[in-house]
Design a protein around this ligand. Sequence first.
Ligand code: CDP
Ligand code: CDP
Length: 224
Amino acid sequence: MKKQISIAIDGPAAAGKSTVAKIVAEKLKYLYIDTGAMYRALTYKAIQKGARLDQEAQLIKILNDTLIELLPGETGQKVLLDGVEVTTDIRSSEVTNQVSYVAVHRLIRREMVMRQQDLAKNGGVVMDGRDIGTHVLPDAEVKVFLLASVEERAQRRNAENIQKGFPSNFEKLKEEIAERDKIDSEREVAPLKKAVDAVEIDTTSLSIPDVVDKIMELALERIG
Ligand code: CDP
Ligand code: CDP
């Protein structure tokens, strides 16, 4: 049997992580794990409960009492929160604009990292997030850091919204993405940054298949 490696994909919002991670996982028949969905699910529940997102103790209490399941779905990953599907709900702009405030807390990250490491313990995973190569899977055989200009990333989200028939404002998206990048990169615990041994890919002018090919090349080298 071929070696089952772990692939870590990190980078800022809308760099293309989940799109390419999903395709690479399909090609290799690996498990795709979008760790952002776990922070989003907790944020969604905390908002519903009226919790204060700056209060770590309140949030950890909620998390300790929360089951987040990431299951393979027809169009990627299906997310269940305490047994109820929330795949779409956790993508709302309210959750998107609050999630980084939840993800700053040390205890929350510690618990999330433990859960993520458990999901990846048998290898054969493509995991995307912000701290996968640096903290969650420091020994991953392949580490990739995806980048793209903020204009390009806002343009991508804008195009997604328009395609779905949602209202969209490019300038607002640009501001929101820049703000989230800032919080994610400047937080004290496990900030968004390239692992020293990660391969950086600037996707600004690359197509999705171009990025997938580059990652597949790195993966196949390691799988042998
Ligand atoms: O898909 P998008 O890039 O918009 O975001 P996401 O991957 O769903 O992540 C949402 C937020 O969760 C990020 O902005 C981070 O604040 C947090 N996150 C994190 O701190 N660590 C991770 N491994 C994944 C996400
Ligand atoms: O997961 P992350 O937030 O990093 O980004 P994503 O949700 O995978 O990608 C954001 C959007 O950019 C999607 O609509 C992709 O189809 C698009 N994309 C692109 O146009 N070119 C790429 N090289 C990668 C993604």
